[in-house]
Design a protein around this ligand. Structure first.
Ligand code: ADP
Length: 456
């Protein structure tokens, strides 16, 4: 049954609406209302009008019988006949209702629903057609009322209608119809005009927003390209400063006094730190460039690689990294590695001298995402810094206390956002920290656009 209804509905809407028209227009909703009216009117008229037609036939009200029959026929034609424009369908629809109203009025007088139909039609005309048709409808109602007045005056046809009223009584009744149809012809278009303006304003705002987003995307890419090129180009002169300072120290060690050697040491140390900063900046801008490479990534392999790599770092070598079987997820492999690497090495790095650092990794699977947590037993972070530590160059310690550039967590945030996720920390000073982050599922099905999030 529901399949028949669906097919019937599809046919009516195919013929009575423009499928590709813009929903943000009054024209679309006028057609939608018209199609819905036709959709329900056909089954309702079969239920209500057909028995009415039978009664009209046996009561020998042949005019009513014929007009009802023609109206139902025209509803079917409007709904199913191909090759007719929507405007013509609407006009046929209105004419059919006019026909039924007039036949009812003529045959049954004010006992029948004729006047009510005429009034309903006056409203419906303004709802589905243009403003002009509302005005035409008012004039038509005037003509109809005048015609019926003539019928009464000359007692034409001897119907219920002509017998029921005197001309003056009819004038009193019909003026109400004309008044109400004029009110609807005047007021309803005002509402539509207001709505149309609201639609237009919304579209303008939408367009402006889209333009701004495009511009922002271009600017971000330009900025990323700039950061990449600038960092790349800076490395070469820096390498020269460093290597020539070292050469100078080597060659002139015997001739230079202690103070000069100390200055050279500062130059070399500064160059080293600058080099690290450039490396991190390059990594930060590189993250934005590897966005398309979503693959299946086995987190166990990634963690094994990180462990091997960390074993070569004398500062982080004595820490413990604990985890049980980790999942295989869809992500950008290199980005995910950088993400885990930064969080794990931070967990090992920021700990008091007397404690052996320990980092524990756990995960949780949700229908739409993975949640990973990296927990350490380190120095912890005060609540007031829980958000700011994810910003570029934000450090809570000097490089004498703990080495670093303040870019690690900003890179992590960028990577997580590119994977449609979020990153946050739970921590208290002296009680260790737990960094949580989420990675969306279904990235390879392009459910999430990871191309333009988390820029510089
Ligand atoms: P970096 O490690 O280069 O200093 P990050 O962006 O990785 O830069 O971290 C920013 C700051 O956040 C760090 O300087 C540190 O003060 C704090 N922080 C990061 N991770 C931890 C952690 N696991 N425990 C305590 N503090 C941390």
């Amino acid at each position: 049954m529901s399949k028949i209804w669906e097919r019937y509905r599809a046919a009516v809407f195919r013929n009575c609406t423009h499928p590709d028209s813009d929903k943000d227009t009054i024209a679309y909703w006028k057609n939608y209302l018209f199609a819905s009216a036709v959709l329900y009117l056909i089954p309702l008229s079969i239920i209500a009008v057909v028995p009415g037609m039978y009664m009209a036939y046996i009561s020998e009200l042949y005019l009513l019988f014929f007009v009802d029959f023609a109206a139902i026929g025209s509803f079917f034609a409007i709904a199913f006949l191909p090759g007719i424009s929507i405007q013509i369908r609407k006009l046929i629809f209105c004419l059919a209702i006019y026909g039924v109203s007039l036949a009812l009025l003529y045959t049954l007088g004010s006992f029948g629903p004729g006047l009510l139909y005429l009034l309903a039609l006056s409203i419906f005309v303004v709802l589905i057609l243009d403003e002009l048709y509302g005005i035409i409808n008012v004039y038509l109602n005037i003509v109809i009322c005048a015609l019926f007045g003539i019928l009464i005056e000359f007692n034409v046809g001897g119907s219920a209608f002509t017998i029921e009223y005197s001309v003056l009584q009819w004038f009193g009744v019909s003026v109400n119809l004309i008044f109400l149809s004029a009110v609807s012809a005047f007021l309803i278009p005002k509402l539509f005009n207001g709505l149309e303006t609201a639609f237009l304003m919304r579209r303008e705002v939408d367009n402006e927003l889209q333009d701004s987003l495009k511009l922002l995307e271009i600017k971000n890419r330009e900025l990323e390209d700039f950061a990449y090129t600038a960092s790349h180009d800076l490395k070469e002169p820096l390498r020269m400063v460093r290597s020539f300072s070292e050469l100078l120290k080597k060659r002139q060690e015997k001739n230079l006094d202690e103070k000069s050697l100390e200055y050279i040491h500062f130059i070399v140390d500064g160059a080293k730190r600058m080099n690290q900063l450039i490396e991190d900046l390059l990594e930060f801008s590189r993250v934005g460039r590897m966005y398309k490479d979503v693959q299946k990534v086995n987190i166990n392999d990634i963690l094994q690689d990180i462990k091997t790599q960390l074993q070569q770092n004398p500062l982080l070598i004595q820490g413990e990294i604990i985890y049980t079987e980790m999942p295989v997820i869809e992500a950008v492999p290199l980005s995910i590695k950088i993400l885990f690497q930064n969080l794990i090495s931070n967990g090992l790095k920021f700990h008091p001298k007397e404690k052996i650092p320990r980092v524990e990794l756990i995960y949780d699977e949700h229908p739409d995402k993975w949640v990973f947590s990296v927990k350490d037993n380190g120095i912890g972070i005060d609540k007031i810094y829980h958000e700011s530590i994810f910003q570029l160059f934000n450090r809570l310690h000097t490089s004498e206390e703990y080495s670093g550039t303040g870019l690690g967590l900003a890179i992590c945030k960028k990577i997580v956002e590119q994977h449609g996720g979020e990153i946050w920390v739970e921590s208290e000073p002296g009680k260790g920290s737990t960094f949580h982050f989420t990675i969306s599922k279904g990235l390879s099905e392009n459910k999430i656009d990871i191309s333009d999030s988390g820029s510089i």
